[in-house]
Design a protein around this ligand. Sequence first.
Ligand code: SF4
Ligand code: SF4
Length: 121
Amino acid sequence: MSDCAIDCDKCFTCGGECCKSVAIKLEDPVDIDDYEDFKWYVFHPGLSVYLDTDDEWHVDVPIKCKHLGRNGKCKVYDDRPPVCRDYDVRECDEGDDSKVTLSTPEEVDSYIRKLKRAGKL
Ligand code: SF4
Ligand code: SF4
């Protein structure tokens, strides 16, 4: 992650963006109530819900890992957990892999209207 295993300049310049939030995967929404439930997350200041490039929905919790050093490198690199080891910097888009981001109830409503217009709800 912030000190990648391959020879890449990206990690040294981005400052460890992938270590500054936690993404929690959501069940695929199947009906309007599931989309309405997105509002519960965004009622909590700072949280947002996003659709990634694999068409999976997540909650983004913007909280920095305590092991991210000021220099943007991992302080426990040799002991970092599998979720960090398995992250492939070659597929990294420097902390933003979202196709859609919803941060307010109004944005959720607007997205629901868009789905209805498109006949997807
Ligand atoms: S966000 Fe990407 S470029 Fe930045 S530290 Fe993490 S893996 Fe490296
Ligand atoms: S343990 Fe290291 S690589 Fe993993 S999120 Fe924390 S700072 Fe980043």
